[in-house]
Design a protein. Structure first.
Length: 354
């Protein structure tokens, strides 16, 4: 970012200098021409000197513009020629300098389009040569295509999350990034994770996709809520799990493993009235109405717990409540309403209690 600002600053300075030279030259040329017409300057060299100097100053910006234009045209033609011979997006990264946003857009498009078309060879080229040479890569690709839900390239990317690994500066020899998002296809949710390196000046074999994972809701719930590191694979993975084996829900935009309960689902209004009279999750009246939690989260390194409960459907859309307590079924610290897509942090059900 800093390098880009510096470059822009020098470009602006250069443009200002060229503009000044052009107008200064124009003034000198006009003055020389006018003086040449006056009798008092007849036979004198001053008008001629002014005109020559003016013409030279005017020509400098013109030559700069022409030179820059020719360089730009030559560079564009060379780029078009070279890109016509590239076989994959990482070929561009190995030969040209690209920014993070362009690298991300190109690699996501390349991966999903080739996967949708069933083009295994094109798909594989987007991974690092180092990874392609590893034993097990080809089998992983075959398994990926057997499970892949065709059509993801046409879906909108929702809740995109990126890493901060691109903050090393423009001159960094190694630049890598990652992107995760979810998308909706055929009435089902899918989650995508991509990690890639788009610059490595000393080790070009490490340029390309280093991780690509596609999961349906059930698989994502297991992946994100399982043991740390579980499901981690450097090879491409398409993990599709059956809803008959795993119960999962999308709550607040995140996938969770879910435990259904038989308790009748209460309305948001009734929940508000109950919470106005209690600040503990183990309150008998509260527990009688909301029943057993559908999900319990034990927060690491402290005594706090998180609980999700399903509420009555509202406007034909599922509703949930999230409680955070200071201990197991203890004092309620926070309570927020949730839809499948967001958590309403702006309107807590209870005030924060320390």
């Amino acid at each position: 970012m800093l390098s880009a600002i510096k470059s822009l600053f020098f470009i602006i300075i250069a443009i200002v200098v060229l503009v000044i030279l052009f107008f200064l030259g124009l003034i000198l040329l006009i003055r020389g021409f006018l003086k040449k017409q006056l009798a008092e300057y007849a036979g004198r060299k001053l008008p001629k000197v002014l005109m020559i100097t003016g013409a030279v100053l005017i020509s400098l910006p013109l030559f700069a513009i022409v030179g820059t234009s020719l360089w730009g045209i030559t560079s564009s033609v060379s780029t078009l020629y070279n890109r016509a011979h590239y076989k994959c997006v990482p070929d561009i990264w190995r030969n040209e300098s690209v920014d993070q946003s362009q690298a991300e857009e190109d690699i996501i498009k390349a991966l999903l389009l080739s996967a949708d078309k069933g083009s295994r060879e094109v798909f594989c080229r987007n991974f690092t040569p180092e990874l392609q040479k590893k034993e097990g890569f080809d089998k992983a690709v075959n398994d990926f295509f057997e499970a892949y839900p065709v059509g993801l390239s046409e879906c909108d990317k929702i809740d995109e999350t990126r890493s901060d690994s691109d903050a090393d500066g423009h001159e960094s020899e190694v630049k890598a990034d990652s992107l995760s998002f979810r998308c909706f296809l055929g009435e089902k949710w899918y989650f995508v994770i991509v990690e890639y390196c788009y610059r490595n000046t000393s080790e070009p074999d490490k340029v390309g996709v280093t991780r690509f994972r596609v999961m349906n809701l059930e698989a994502a719930a297991v992946y994100y809520n399982g043991k740390p590191g579980s499901g981690k694979s450097e090879f491409p993975v398409c993990d599709i799990k059956s809803s008959s084996e795993i119960d999962a829900r999308l709550v607040g935009g995140r996938p969770y493993l879910w435990m259904p309960t038989d308790t009748p689902k209460i309305s948001v209004d009734l929940l508000r009235r109950i919470l106005a009279k209690t600040n503990r999750l183990d309150d008998p009246i509260l527990l009688y109405n909301i029943g057993e939690p559908n999900l319990i989260i034990k927060h690491d390194n402290n005594t706090e717990f998180g609980y999700f409960f399903e509420l009555a459907v509202q406007n034909d859309e599922p509703r949930y409540v999230y409680f955070q307590t200071d201990s197991e079924l203890g004092n309620i610290l926070y309570a927020f309403l949730c839809t499948p897509y967001e958590v309403d942090y702006d309107n807590p059900l209870v005030e924060c209690k320390e």
